[in-house]
Design a binder for this molecule. Structure first.
Ligand SMILES: CC(C)(COP(=O)(O)OP(=O)(O)OC[C@H]1O[C@@H](n2cnc3c(N)ncnc32)[C@H](O)[C@@H]1OP(=O)(O)O)[C@@H](O)C(=O)NCCC(=O)NCCS
Length: 334
């Protein structure tokens, strides 16, 4: 797609919600677990603490259901009115049986079709784009988009290069036909398989099914080549935001808020500089939650929702495993 789509129906976010577990894992806790320090973690990532779902009997669906219920409690929408539910996640409850189906059933969305979408940290942005397209095409009136990850289930807490980064959480939005001229404006997405080598959970899929060998190798945990991921994330998020702004004839100054995937504070700073975006417009909450993968964007919207005014221009951007990335332009509709 090279031009800005002309829309007769627009899709708008009409409610935002989220959920994080109560248990907090601070940098000081991590100092006791691996060879690291609060000062190192803060200076390299901007993260002070993360939330962890400690209850081993609860999976990602628990987080997603709480977030979905939070959204519904803020609207007049009954769960039966939901037409589609997308759950962005890389940590489904089980490999087979879409976690989204369980979420939909548990919240009473009996008329929805539901599926999981795996695009790692870009999953929520991809999902919102699909939801918008389904609404714009007239196929759906109301879509629940949830981003949830129990990252602690795939983190090796003896690996200091990854355990400092990730946290558990969930966020969700209700999207429906806009009642005004505001809503989803445009988006730009790309992906590249080169990322497979640099950010992955190697085992547990069809290529390397779980075995005593994969377990011994630690291939069930998340691995990243931090420096390479950092470099790609900055250049692709900056390029994607510039593409969307240019195509919509907007100067960076005309953006009211940048809602960027909370990967790492230094990635956010470098993206902002490279894309010539105003630092003050970059919203952040990474200090408190770390990188919650599919949940960062909706949790950011939840935390800053009170600041948004109707007509505000929001610029979304995300980057994640795959690699996957993109940017979207959105006008706040309430
Ligand atoms: C992971 C990351 C914080 C590491 O920072 P970095 O500046 O690249 O650090 P390096 O990997 O070069 O490591 C520098 C040194 O710090 C050490 N180190 C790594 N993790 C450490 C930790 N938690 N505490 C203390 N030292 C640590 C390394 O072992 C290395 O030591 P050495 O020089 O003796 O080999 C950084 O690469 C990053 O943020 N990458 C992007 C990660 C990300 O956002 N992923 C999700 C994308 S969606």
């Amino acid at each position: 797609m090279t031009s800005v789509p002309q829309k007769t129906i627009k899709a708008a976010i009409t409610a935002v919600g989220g959920f994080v577990p109560d248990d907090i894992l601070t940098n000081f806790d991590l100092e006791k677990m691996v060879d690291t320090s609060d000062e190192w973690i803060m200076s390299r990532t901007g993260i002070k603490e993360r939330r962890i779902l400690k209850d081993p009997s609860k999976g990602t669906s628990f987080l997603a259901i709480e977030a979905a219920r939070d959204v519904l409690s803020k609207t007049d929408t009954a769960p039966e009115e939901i037409d589609m539910l997308i759950l962005a996640t890389i940590t489904p409850d089980m490999k087979v049986a879409a976690t989204a189906a369980k979420v939909a059933t548990d919240i009473g969305a009996i008329n929805a079709f539901a599926f999981d979408l795996q695009a790692a940290c870009s999953g929520f942005l991809y999902s919102m784009s699909l939801a918008a397209a389904k609404i714009e095409s007239g196929h759906c009136n109301k879509v629940l988009v949830v981003g949830a990850d129990k990252m602690s289930s795939i983190v090796d807490y003896s690996d200091r290069t990854t355990c400092i980064i990730f946290g558990d959480g969930a966020g969700a939005v209700l999207m429906e036909v806009s009642s005004n001229s505001y809503g989803w404006e445009d988006d730009f997405f790309r992906s590249s398989g080169v990322g497979q080598d640099y950010l992955h959970v190697k085992a547990g899929g069809s290529l390397f099914p779980t075995s005593s060998y994969t377990l011994a190798k630690g291939w069930e945990s998340i691995y990243q080549d931090g420096k390479t991921v950092f470099k790609y994330a900055v250049s692709e998020m900056a390029a994607a935001t510039q593409k969307v702004l240019e195509r919509n004839k907007l100067d960076p100054e005309m953006v009211d808020y940048v809602i960027a995937h909370q990967a790492n504070k230094r990635i956010l700073d470098a993206t902002q500089t490279r894309a010539n975006l105003n630092k003050k417009k970059f919203l952040t909450n990474i200090e408190h939650y770390g990188n919650t993968t599919a949940a960062t964007l909706p949790l950011l919207m939840r935390d800053f929702e009170n600041q948004f005014k109707i007509g505000d221009k929001l610029l979304f951007t995300a980057f994640g495993g795959g690699f996957t990335w993109g940017s979207a332009l959105y006008t706040w509709a309430y």
